[in-house]
Design a binder for this molecule. Structure first.
Ligand SMILES: Nc1nc2c(ncn2[C@@H]2O[C@H](COP(=O)(O)OP(=O)(O)OP(=O)(O)O)[C@@H](O)[C@H]2O)c(=O)[nH]1
Ligand SMILES: [Mg+2]
Length: 407
C-alpha cells in the first residue's frame, strides 16, 4: 500500500510506480499480491518484480525495511512458515530447496519427484501400516484372557512388519543413489605416468584444466572437473601417475590417487598402447573399472586385444564411445529417478532408528506385548519426524538454516 498506492487484486500482476514512504519513485515495475491462505506460505504476501539493477533492488529493499513491522526474511523463512502453516511437509520443503539449487536434469527430476510428495507418501503409508499393527497387537492385549482370539492375526501382523523392515533397508540403501544424483557420479582416471590421463581430462572438459607434458610425473595433485553428461552430474578426477620410484611430492600425489580411486564409482585404468610393457596398477578396493588403451593414433588400425576401449585424444578417436560408456554406467548406477529416495542424512538417521525399533518389536518375541507395542510406537514416531508430522520443533532451526534467503 505504502509503496504501490493500493493493494492490487490478488493473483493479478499490476504495472505501476513503486515508491518509498516519502513518495520518491524507485522503479516502475510489477506487483503481485497473494492473499492467505492460498499463498505459498499461507499468509498474505506480495512480490515486486523489478528491473534487475543492483541499485534498484537495494533501494526497494531499503524502502521495504523502513516500513514499520517489516524486516528481512531469515534463510528458509518462507518455507518454514509454509511448513508451520501446514502448506507443505518437511520433505516437501527440503525438496523445494533442492529444486531451487538443482543444476542438472537428474537433480531437477529427483527434486520434483520428492516435492510432489512421493517420499512423504511412502513414509505415511509405512506409518499407517505400523499404526495398524499396533492396533491389532493392542487389541490382542485387551482380549488376551479370552480363548477365541485367533493367534494367526498377530502372526500376520509380525510377518508384515518383518517384510517392512526389508522394504526400509532397500530404501535406506538407495540413499547412495540420491547422493550420486546430488553430488555426482565419481569417475577416477588412474594409470602409469605419461599414460595420457591429463590429456583425457582436458579432452572431456574441452579446456586445458590439467598440465600436459611428455615428462613422466607431470600431475601430482587431484584435478577435478564436473561434467553434465546426459543430464547427470559426473565428476571426473585426474590423478598422479602411479609408479614406484617417485619423489616426495609425487609420492603423496600417488597416495591421494589410490585413496580417491577407492571411493570412485568408476575407475578408468589407462594404458599407453605405444609403451613397450603394459604397466600393472596396484590393487584397489572393489570399485568398478574399465581399461582404456591410449594413444591409439601411434598404433595404426585394429582393436586392442586387452583393453575395453581404445582412444586417442590427439585425433579424438574413441573418446565419444568412452563417454557414452561412462554415461551408461552412471545411468545404471543412479537407476530410476522417479522412485522415492531419501535425500538427506537426516532422513537416513530417522529411517535407521525407525527400522531398528521395528526390528526390536519383531525379533524380541519373548518380550511382553506391551513392550513390543511400545517399540512399534517408537518406530512410527521416527518416521513421523521425517515429514514433520510428529513434534519436530527442535529440528526446525537446523533444517531451515541450510536454505537460502528468499526461500
Ligand atoms: N600421440 C599421442 N600422444 C598423446 C596422446 N595422449 C597424450 N599424449 C602425449 O603423452 C604425453 C603424456 O600425456 P599426459 O596427458 O600428460 O599424461 P599423464 O598420464 O597425465 O601423465 P602424468 O601426469 O605424468 O602421470 C604428452 O606428451 C601428450 O602429448 C594421444 O592420444 N596421442
Ligand atoms: Mg597428468
Amino acid at each position: 500500500m505504502t509503496m504501490t498506492g493500493s493493494v492490487p487484486e490478488p493473483r493479478f500482476m499490476r504495472f505501476g510506480a513503486i515508491s518509498d514512504a516519502d513518495g520518491n519513485l524507485l522503479d516502475n515495475g510489477l506487483t503481485v499480491f497473494f492473499s492467505g491462505p492460498t499463498s505459498f506460505t499461507g499468509e498474505d504476501s506480495c512480490e515486486f518484480h523489478l528491473h534487475g539493477g543492483r541499485a534498484v533492488v537495494a533501494a526497494v529493499l531499503e524502502a521495504v525495511g523502513a516500513v514499520p513491522g517489516f524486516r528481512h526474511a531469515e534463510a528458509g523463512e518462507f518455507s518454514r512458515r509454509a511448513f508451520l502453516n501446514g502448506k507443505i511437509d518437511l520433505t516437501g520443503a527440503e525438496a523445494l530447496s533442492d529444486l531451487v539449487s538443482s543444476e542438472t536434469e537428474a537433480q531437477r527430476r529427483f527434486a520434483l519427484t520428492n516435492a510432489g510428495g512421493k517420499q512423504s507418501e511412502l513414509y505415511a503409508a509405512w506409518r499407517r501400516r505400523i499404526v495398524h499393527a499396533r492396533a491389532m497387537i493392542e487389541a490382542e492385549l485387551d482380549f488376551s484372557d479370552q480363548e477365541d482370539v485367533p493367534g494367526s492375526v498377530s502372526d500376520q501382523v509380525w510377518a508384515d512388519m518383518h517384510k517392512m523392515i526389508g522394504e526400509m533397508e532397500t530404501h535406506i540403501a538407495s540413499y547412495r543413489r540420491a547422493e550420486m544424483i546430488r553430488d555426482g557420479f565419481k569417475v577416477v582416471i588412474l594409470g602409469a605416468p605419461n599414460a595420457g590421463k591429463s590429456s583425457l581430462l582436458n579432452s572431456l572438459a574441452r579446456r586445458e584444466v590439467a598440465i600436459v607434458t611428455d615428462e613422466a610425473g607431470t600431475t601430482r595433485d587431484l584435478v577435478e572437473v564436473t561434467l553434465d553428461l546426459d543430464g547427470m552430474k559426473v565428476i571426473v578426477i585426474d590423478t598422479a601417475g602411479i609408479r614406484e620410484a617417485a619423489g616426495k611430492v609425487e609420492t603423496i600425489g600417488i597416495e591421494r590417487a589410490l585413496a580417491t580411486a577407492e571411493t570412485a564409482d568408476l575407475v578408468l585404468e589407462m594404458h599407453d598402447l605405444s609403451a613397450s610393457v603394459r604397466a600393472e596398477l596396484p590393487m584397489r578396493g572393489d570399485a568398478a573399472s574399465i581399461t582404456v588403451g591410449t594413444k591409439s593414433d601411434l598404433m595404426g588400425g585394429g582393436t586392442s586385444a586387452v583393453e575395453d576401449f581404445r582412444i586417442s585424444t590427439k585425433t579424438g578417436d574413441g573418446v565419444a564411445s568412452l563417454l557414452a560408456e561412462i554415461s551408461r554406467r552412471a545411468k545404471q548406477a543412479i537407476g530410476d529417478i522417479g522412485e522415492a529416495m531419501p535425500s538427506r542424512i537426516r532422513h537416513i538417521e530417522l529411517l535407521t532408528r525407525s527400522a531398528s525399533a521395528l526390528r526390536d518389536a519383531v525379533q524380541h518375541q519373548d518380550n511382553p506385548l506391551e513392550l513390543r507395542a511400545e517399540d512399534l510406537r517408537r518406530s512410527s514416531d521416527s518416521l513421523g519426524r521425517i515429514a514433520g508430522a510428529v513434534d519436530v520443533e527442535d529440528l526446525l532451526d537446523s533444517i531451515f538454516s541450510t536454505f537460502c534467503v528468499g526461500k
